[in-house]
Design a protein around this ligand. Structure first.
Ligand SMILES: Cc1ncc(COP(=O)(O)O)c(C=O)c1O
Length: 396
Protein backbone atom coordinates (compact mmCIF):
# COMPACT_ATOMS: atom_id res chain seq x y z
CA UNK A 1 0.00 0.00 0.00
CA UNK A 2 1.02 3.57 -0.63
CA UNK A 3 2.11 4.72 2.87
CA UNK A 4 1.09 8.30 2.09
CA UNK A 5 -2.57 7.18 2.20
CA UNK A 6 -2.15 6.90 5.97
CA UNK A 7 -1.25 10.58 6.12
CA UNK A 8 -4.70 11.64 4.83
CA UNK A 9 -7.06 13.16 7.39
CA UNK A 10 -10.69 12.09 7.79
CA UNK A 11 -12.89 14.29 5.64
CA UNK A 12 -14.78 17.09 7.55
CA UNK A 13 -18.11 15.30 7.00
CA UNK A 14 -16.77 12.12 8.62
CA UNK A 15 -15.83 14.25 11.64
CA UNK A 16 -19.32 15.76 11.61
CA UNK A 17 -20.93 12.29 11.56
CA UNK A 18 -18.79 11.32 14.56
CA UNK A 19 -19.79 14.54 16.36
CA UNK A 20 -23.49 13.84 15.81
CA UNK A 21 -23.26 10.11 16.64
CA UNK A 22 -25.55 9.26 19.53
CA UNK A 23 -27.24 12.67 19.46
CA UNK A 24 -31.02 12.53 19.03
CA UNK A 25 -32.27 15.74 17.46
CA UNK A 26 -35.56 17.28 18.50
CA UNK A 27 -38.30 15.26 16.75
CA UNK A 28 -40.65 18.25 16.81
CA UNK A 29 -38.60 20.06 14.16
CA UNK A 30 -37.98 18.94 10.55
CA UNK A 31 -34.28 18.40 9.80
CA UNK A 32 -32.47 21.18 7.90
CA UNK A 33 -28.98 20.60 6.52
CA UNK A 34 -26.81 23.69 6.06
CA UNK A 35 -23.56 21.76 6.43
CA UNK A 36 -22.81 20.39 2.96
CA UNK A 37 -21.71 22.74 0.18
CA UNK A 38 -23.65 21.00 -2.57
CA UNK A 39 -25.58 23.23 -5.00
CA UNK A 40 -29.30 22.39 -4.95
CA UNK A 41 -30.86 24.83 -7.40
CA UNK A 42 -32.36 23.28 -10.55
CA UNK A 43 -30.07 22.24 -13.40
CA UNK A 44 -30.88 24.47 -16.42
CA UNK A 45 -32.95 22.83 -19.18
CA UNK A 46 -30.43 23.86 -21.83
CA UNK A 47 -27.76 21.73 -20.15
CA UNK A 48 -30.05 18.72 -19.73
CA UNK A 49 -31.21 19.02 -23.35
CA UNK A 50 -27.62 19.20 -24.66
CA UNK A 51 -26.67 16.16 -22.61
CA UNK A 52 -29.72 14.11 -23.63
CA UNK A 53 -29.40 15.14 -27.26
CA UNK A 54 -25.83 13.91 -27.55
CA UNK A 55 -25.92 10.45 -26.06
CA UNK A 56 -24.68 9.01 -29.35
CA UNK A 57 -21.29 10.37 -28.21
CA UNK A 58 -21.13 7.53 -25.69
CA UNK A 59 -20.09 5.26 -28.56
CA UNK A 60 -16.63 6.82 -28.88
CA UNK A 61 -13.57 7.41 -26.71
CA UNK A 62 -13.00 11.11 -26.04
CA UNK A 63 -9.62 12.82 -26.46
CA UNK A 64 -8.15 13.98 -23.14
CA UNK A 65 -7.60 17.44 -24.62
CA UNK A 66 -11.35 17.76 -25.27
CA UNK A 67 -13.07 18.90 -28.44
CA UNK A 68 -12.07 22.18 -30.11
CA UNK A 69 -15.71 23.31 -29.64
CA UNK A 70 -15.52 22.95 -25.85
CA UNK A 71 -12.09 24.53 -25.59
CA UNK A 72 -13.21 27.45 -27.71
CA UNK A 73 -16.37 27.92 -25.62
CA UNK A 74 -14.22 28.02 -22.46
CA UNK A 75 -11.63 30.39 -23.98
CA UNK A 76 -14.41 32.72 -25.20
CA UNK A 77 -16.02 32.65 -21.73
CA UNK A 78 -12.69 33.52 -20.09
CA UNK A 79 -12.16 36.45 -22.44
CA UNK A 80 -15.70 37.78 -21.85
CA UNK A 81 -15.74 37.24 -18.10
CA UNK A 82 -12.29 38.63 -17.35
CA UNK A 83 -11.91 41.11 -20.24
CA UNK A 84 -8.85 39.30 -21.51
CA UNK A 85 -7.68 40.23 -25.01
CA UNK A 86 -6.62 36.67 -25.89
CA UNK A 87 -6.85 33.15 -24.51
CA UNK A 88 -5.55 30.45 -26.83
CA UNK A 89 -8.09 27.60 -26.87
CA UNK A 90 -5.48 25.09 -28.06
CA UNK A 91 -2.67 25.71 -25.59
CA UNK A 92 -4.12 27.62 -22.63
CA UNK A 93 -7.29 25.66 -21.85
CA UNK A 94 -8.01 22.03 -20.85
CA UNK A 95 -11.34 20.49 -19.83
CA UNK A 96 -11.34 18.65 -16.48
CA UNK A 97 -13.87 16.45 -14.71
CA UNK A 98 -14.74 19.00 -12.03
CA UNK A 99 -12.27 21.23 -10.23
CA UNK A 100 -11.68 18.69 -7.44
CA UNK A 101 -9.89 16.15 -9.59
CA UNK A 102 -7.90 18.89 -11.31
CA UNK A 103 -6.85 20.46 -8.00
CA UNK A 104 -5.55 17.03 -7.01
CA UNK A 105 -3.97 16.18 -10.36
CA UNK A 106 -2.12 19.49 -10.77
CA UNK A 107 -0.08 18.70 -7.65
CA UNK A 108 0.87 15.28 -9.06
CA UNK A 109 1.98 17.03 -12.26
CA UNK A 110 4.07 19.94 -10.99
CA UNK A 111 5.68 18.62 -7.80
CA UNK A 112 9.21 17.23 -7.84
CA UNK A 113 9.15 14.96 -4.79
CA UNK A 114 12.94 14.55 -4.80
CA UNK A 115 13.50 18.14 -3.63
CA UNK A 116 11.72 18.38 -0.25
CA UNK A 117 8.69 20.07 -1.77
CA UNK A 118 6.38 22.35 0.22
CA UNK A 119 2.80 23.21 -0.81
CA UNK A 120 1.18 26.32 0.68
CA UNK A 121 -2.53 26.05 1.50
CA UNK A 122 -4.84 28.72 2.86
CA UNK A 123 -6.17 27.91 6.31
CA UNK A 124 -9.14 27.20 6.60
CA UNK A 125 -9.16 25.40 3.27
CA UNK A 126 -10.71 22.80 0.96
CA UNK A 127 -9.25 19.52 2.14
CA UNK A 128 -8.29 18.27 -1.32
CA UNK A 129 -5.28 20.67 -1.36
CA UNK A 130 -3.75 18.93 1.64
CA UNK A 131 -4.42 15.41 0.30
CA UNK A 132 -3.00 16.35 -3.10
CA UNK A 133 0.18 17.65 -1.47
CA UNK A 134 0.60 14.58 0.74
CA UNK A 135 0.05 12.11 -2.10
CA UNK A 136 2.51 14.05 -4.26
CA UNK A 137 5.15 13.52 -1.55
CA UNK A 138 5.13 17.16 -0.45
CA UNK A 139 4.66 18.84 2.93
CA UNK A 140 1.65 21.12 3.31
CA UNK A 141 2.29 24.48 5.00
CA UNK A 142 -0.73 26.43 6.20
CA UNK A 143 -1.11 30.21 5.97
CA UNK A 144 -3.92 31.45 8.19
CA UNK A 145 -6.87 33.54 7.03
CA UNK A 146 -8.11 35.04 10.28
CA UNK A 147 -10.57 37.67 11.38
CA UNK A 148 -7.93 40.25 12.40
CA UNK A 149 -6.87 40.57 8.73
CA UNK A 150 -10.39 40.52 7.31
CA UNK A 151 -9.82 36.83 6.41
CA UNK A 152 -7.02 37.70 3.96
CA UNK A 153 -4.42 34.91 3.89
CA UNK A 154 -1.34 35.91 5.88
CA UNK A 155 1.47 34.86 3.53
CA UNK A 156 3.95 36.88 5.62
CA UNK A 157 3.52 34.19 8.31
CA UNK A 158 5.29 31.62 6.10
CA UNK A 159 8.89 31.40 7.43
CA UNK A 160 11.60 32.82 5.14
CA UNK A 161 13.45 29.49 5.00
CA UNK A 162 10.32 27.70 3.74
CA UNK A 163 9.71 29.85 0.65
CA UNK A 164 12.65 28.46 -1.41
CA UNK A 165 11.14 24.96 -1.07
CA UNK A 166 7.62 25.98 -2.11
CA UNK A 167 6.70 24.33 -5.41
CA UNK A 168 2.93 24.89 -5.41
CA UNK A 169 0.61 27.38 -3.74
CA UNK A 170 -3.17 26.95 -3.66
CA UNK A 171 -5.38 30.02 -3.73
CA UNK A 172 -9.14 29.80 -3.17
CA UNK A 173 -10.95 32.94 -4.29
CA UNK A 174 -13.80 33.43 -3.55
CA UNK A 175 -12.72 31.46 -0.52
CA UNK A 176 -14.36 28.41 0.95
CA UNK A 177 -15.40 28.97 3.75
CA UNK A 178 -14.80 32.71 4.26
CA UNK A 179 -16.15 33.93 0.91
CA UNK A 180 -13.30 36.44 0.62
CA UNK A 181 -11.97 37.50 -2.80
CA UNK A 182 -8.25 38.22 -3.33
CA UNK A 183 -7.37 41.82 -4.23
CA UNK A 184 -5.10 42.94 -7.09
CA UNK A 185 -2.43 44.00 -4.55
CA UNK A 186 -2.45 40.55 -3.00
CA UNK A 187 -2.11 38.99 -6.44
CA UNK A 188 0.83 41.30 -7.25
CA UNK A 189 2.64 40.17 -4.09
CA UNK A 190 1.98 36.48 -4.85
CA UNK A 191 3.21 36.85 -8.44
CA UNK A 192 6.41 38.50 -7.15
CA UNK A 193 6.94 35.61 -4.73
CA UNK A 194 6.28 33.10 -7.53
CA UNK A 195 8.86 34.88 -9.74
CA UNK A 196 11.40 34.82 -6.92
CA UNK A 197 10.93 31.20 -5.85
CA UNK A 198 9.58 29.58 -9.01
CA UNK A 199 6.42 28.02 -7.56
CA UNK A 200 3.20 27.34 -9.45
CA UNK A 201 -0.03 29.04 -8.34
CA UNK A 202 -3.13 26.84 -8.57
CA UNK A 203 -6.08 29.20 -8.27
CA UNK A 204 -9.30 27.48 -7.24
CA UNK A 205 -12.05 29.70 -8.64
CA UNK A 206 -14.97 27.29 -8.50
CA UNK A 207 -17.13 29.89 -6.68
CA UNK A 208 -16.24 32.74 -9.06
CA UNK A 209 -19.74 33.06 -10.54
CA UNK A 210 -21.60 33.21 -7.22
CA UNK A 211 -21.40 36.83 -6.11
CA UNK A 212 -23.97 39.14 -4.64
CA UNK A 213 -23.32 42.44 -6.42
CA UNK A 214 -23.95 42.08 -10.19
CA UNK A 215 -21.65 45.06 -10.83
CA UNK A 216 -18.67 43.56 -9.00
CA UNK A 217 -17.75 40.08 -10.27
CA UNK A 218 -14.78 38.62 -8.35
CA UNK A 219 -11.31 39.27 -9.72
CA UNK A 220 -9.71 36.11 -11.14
CA UNK A 221 -6.04 35.10 -11.33
CA UNK A 222 -5.80 35.44 -15.13
CA UNK A 223 -7.46 38.85 -15.00
CA UNK A 224 -5.08 39.95 -12.24
CA UNK A 225 -2.12 38.68 -14.26
CA UNK A 226 -3.29 40.53 -17.35
CA UNK A 227 -3.86 43.77 -15.44
CA UNK A 228 -0.35 43.46 -14.02
CA UNK A 229 1.12 42.98 -17.52
CA UNK A 230 1.75 39.20 -17.28
CA UNK A 231 0.18 38.23 -20.58
CA UNK A 232 1.78 34.78 -20.74
CA UNK A 233 0.08 33.66 -17.47
CA UNK A 234 3.41 32.16 -16.41
CA UNK A 235 3.22 29.69 -13.50
CA UNK A 236 -0.55 30.27 -13.09
CA UNK A 237 -3.16 27.55 -13.49
CA UNK A 238 -6.80 28.46 -12.80
CA UNK A 239 -9.21 25.65 -11.93
CA UNK A 240 -12.85 26.49 -12.48
CA UNK A 241 -16.11 24.56 -12.57
CA UNK A 242 -19.68 24.39 -13.77
CA UNK A 243 -20.85 22.67 -10.57
CA UNK A 244 -21.81 25.83 -8.70
CA UNK A 245 -22.18 28.21 -11.64
CA UNK A 246 -24.65 26.03 -13.52
CA UNK A 247 -25.95 23.70 -10.76
CA UNK A 248 -24.46 20.54 -12.25
CA UNK A 249 -22.31 19.03 -9.48
CA UNK A 250 -23.16 15.57 -10.81
CA UNK A 251 -21.95 16.33 -14.33
CA UNK A 252 -18.33 16.68 -13.16
CA UNK A 253 -17.23 19.44 -15.50
CA UNK A 254 -14.72 22.25 -15.23
CA UNK A 255 -11.53 23.51 -16.81
CA UNK A 256 -7.88 24.32 -16.20
CA UNK A 257 -6.54 27.47 -17.88
CA UNK A 258 -3.32 29.44 -17.85
CA UNK A 259 0.37 28.68 -18.42
CA UNK A 260 0.65 26.79 -21.74
CA UNK A 261 3.87 24.96 -20.76
CA UNK A 262 2.32 23.62 -17.56
CA UNK A 263 -0.89 22.64 -19.36
CA UNK A 264 1.18 20.70 -21.91
CA UNK A 265 2.64 18.60 -19.09
CA UNK A 266 -0.75 18.43 -17.37
CA UNK A 267 -2.20 16.94 -20.57
CA UNK A 268 0.49 14.23 -20.56
CA UNK A 269 -0.29 13.42 -16.91
CA UNK A 270 -4.04 13.36 -17.61
CA UNK A 271 -3.65 11.10 -20.63
CA UNK A 272 -2.09 8.43 -18.43
CA UNK A 273 -4.37 9.09 -15.49
CA UNK A 274 -7.51 8.83 -17.64
CA UNK A 275 -8.81 12.36 -17.26
CA UNK A 276 -10.84 12.59 -20.50
CA UNK A 277 -14.36 14.04 -20.32
CA UNK A 278 -17.34 12.03 -21.62
CA UNK A 279 -18.45 13.31 -25.09
CA UNK A 280 -22.07 14.19 -24.14
CA UNK A 281 -20.76 16.03 -21.08
CA UNK A 282 -18.42 17.99 -23.35
CA UNK A 283 -21.34 19.15 -25.51
CA UNK A 284 -23.48 20.03 -22.48
CA UNK A 285 -20.54 21.88 -20.90
CA UNK A 286 -19.95 24.00 -24.00
CA UNK A 287 -23.66 24.92 -24.01
CA UNK A 288 -23.45 25.92 -20.34
CA UNK A 289 -20.32 28.08 -20.80
CA UNK A 290 -21.97 29.87 -23.75
CA UNK A 291 -25.04 30.90 -21.71
CA UNK A 292 -25.12 33.53 -18.94
CA UNK A 293 -28.89 33.96 -18.45
CA UNK A 294 -29.18 30.91 -16.20
CA UNK A 295 -26.18 32.07 -14.16
CA UNK A 296 -27.73 35.52 -13.57
CA UNK A 297 -30.90 33.77 -12.36
CA UNK A 298 -28.84 31.46 -10.13
CA UNK A 299 -27.17 34.47 -8.50
CA UNK A 300 -30.58 36.10 -7.98
CA UNK A 301 -31.71 33.06 -5.96
CA UNK A 302 -28.60 33.20 -3.75
CA UNK A 303 -28.91 36.99 -3.36
CA UNK A 304 -32.49 36.60 -2.10
CA UNK A 305 -31.37 34.06 0.48
CA UNK A 306 -28.42 36.13 1.71
CA UNK A 307 -30.53 39.31 1.90
CA UNK A 308 -33.12 37.55 4.08
CA UNK A 309 -30.65 35.50 6.16
CA UNK A 310 -28.04 38.08 7.07
CA UNK A 311 -30.20 40.42 9.20
CA UNK A 312 -31.64 37.42 11.08
CA UNK A 313 -28.32 35.82 11.95
CA UNK A 314 -26.14 38.90 12.36
CA UNK A 315 -28.26 40.28 15.20
CA UNK A 316 -27.20 37.61 17.73
CA UNK A 317 -24.01 36.40 15.98
CA UNK A 318 -21.05 37.98 14.19
CA UNK A 319 -20.93 37.40 10.42
CA UNK A 320 -20.83 39.43 7.21
CA UNK A 321 -21.97 39.31 3.60
CA UNK A 322 -19.32 37.29 1.70
CA UNK A 323 -17.62 38.68 -1.43
CA UNK A 324 -18.65 35.46 -3.19
CA UNK A 325 -19.69 31.84 -2.73
CA UNK A 326 -22.71 30.45 -0.90
CA UNK A 327 -21.47 30.28 2.70
CA UNK A 328 -21.88 32.38 5.80
CA UNK A 329 -18.82 32.18 8.07
CA UNK A 330 -20.33 32.71 11.50
CA UNK A 331 -18.47 33.35 14.75
CA UNK A 332 -19.69 31.25 17.66
CA UNK A 333 -19.89 32.34 21.30
CA UNK A 334 -19.00 28.80 22.46
CA UNK A 335 -16.55 26.26 20.92
CA UNK A 336 -17.65 25.55 17.33
CA UNK A 337 -18.12 21.77 17.69
CA UNK A 338 -20.23 22.27 20.82
CA UNK A 339 -22.27 24.94 19.00
CA UNK A 340 -22.87 22.59 16.04
CA UNK A 341 -23.78 19.62 18.24
CA UNK A 342 -26.19 21.53 20.47
CA UNK A 343 -27.78 23.26 17.46
CA UNK A 344 -28.35 19.81 15.97
CA UNK A 345 -29.72 18.38 19.22
CA UNK A 346 -32.06 21.25 20.09
CA UNK A 347 -33.01 22.61 16.65
CA UNK A 348 -32.31 19.77 14.17
CA UNK A 349 -30.10 22.04 12.01
CA UNK A 350 -26.67 20.86 10.85
CA UNK A 351 -23.78 23.24 10.19
CA UNK A 352 -20.06 22.46 9.88
CA UNK A 353 -17.66 23.33 12.73
CA UNK A 354 -15.00 25.69 11.39
CA UNK A 355 -12.15 23.88 13.14
CA UNK A 356 -12.88 20.81 10.95
CA UNK A 357 -11.98 22.94 7.91
CA UNK A 358 -8.63 24.14 9.25
CA UNK A 359 -5.39 22.92 10.83
CA UNK A 360 -3.45 24.16 13.82
CA UNK A 361 -0.88 26.64 12.49
CA UNK A 362 1.09 29.38 14.23
CA UNK A 363 -0.31 28.11 17.54
CA UNK A 364 -3.95 28.47 16.53
CA UNK A 365 -6.72 26.85 14.50
CA UNK A 366 -8.24 29.78 12.56
CA UNK A 367 -11.53 27.87 12.11
CA UNK A 368 -11.99 27.60 15.86
CA UNK A 369 -15.13 29.36 17.12
CA UNK A 370 -16.62 29.55 13.63
CA UNK A 371 -19.23 27.50 11.83
CA UNK A 372 -19.81 27.31 8.10
CA UNK A 373 -23.43 27.74 7.09
CA UNK A 374 -24.17 26.76 3.46
CA UNK A 375 -27.18 28.55 1.96
CA UNK A 376 -27.76 25.84 -0.62
CA UNK A 377 -31.22 24.57 0.34
CA UNK A 378 -34.38 26.15 -1.04
CA UNK A 379 -35.25 29.63 0.27
CA UNK A 380 -37.79 28.58 2.92
CA UNK A 381 -35.54 25.88 4.39
CA UNK A 382 -32.52 28.21 4.49
CA UNK A 383 -34.44 30.96 6.24
CA UNK A 384 -36.10 28.57 8.69
CA UNK A 385 -32.63 27.12 9.44
CA UNK A 386 -31.20 30.59 9.97
CA UNK A 387 -34.13 31.57 12.20
CA UNK A 388 -33.44 28.51 14.37
CA UNK A 389 -29.70 29.32 14.52
CA UNK A 390 -30.54 32.85 15.71
CA UNK A 391 -32.96 31.53 18.34
CA UNK A 392 -30.37 29.01 19.54
CA UNK A 393 -27.68 31.74 19.71
CA UNK A 394 -29.95 33.93 21.83
CA UNK A 395 -30.47 31.06 24.25
CA UNK A 396 -26.76 30.47 24.90
C1 LIG B 1 -13.20 25.26 -2.59
C2 LIG B 1 -13.70 24.17 -3.47
N1 LIG B 1 -12.96 23.82 -4.53
C3 LIG B 1 -13.35 22.83 -5.36
C4 LIG B 1 -14.53 22.14 -5.14
C5 LIG B 1 -14.87 21.01 -6.08
O1 LIG B 1 -15.91 21.32 -6.92
P1 LIG B 1 -16.13 20.54 -8.29
O2 LIG B 1 -15.22 19.36 -8.30
O3 LIG B 1 -17.56 20.15 -8.27
O4 LIG B 1 -15.79 21.51 -9.37
C6 LIG B 1 -15.34 22.48 -4.06
C7 LIG B 1 -16.59 21.73 -3.82
O5 LIG B 1 -17.31 21.87 -2.90
C8 LIG B 1 -14.91 23.52 -3.20
O6 LIG B 1 -15.64 23.90 -2.14
Amino acid sequence: MNPDLDRLQPYPFEKLRALFAGVTPSAALAPISLSIGEPRHATPDLVKAALAGNLSGLASYPATAGTPALREAIAAWLMRRYTLPAVDATSQVLPVNGSREALFAIAQTVIDRTRGAVVICPNPFYQIYEGAALLAGATPEFANAARDRGFAVDYASVPADVWPRVQLLYVCSPGNPTGRVMTLDEWARLFEASDRHGFVIASDECYSELYLDETRPPLGALEAAHRLGRTDFRRIVVLSSLSKRSNVPGMRSGFAAGDAEILKRFLVYRTYHGGAMSPPVQVASAAAWRDEAHVVENRRLYREKFAAALPLVSAPLETAMPDGGFYLWVRTPVPDAEFARELFRQYNVSVLPGSYLARESGGTNPGRNYVRVALVAQFDDCIEGIRRIAEFARSI
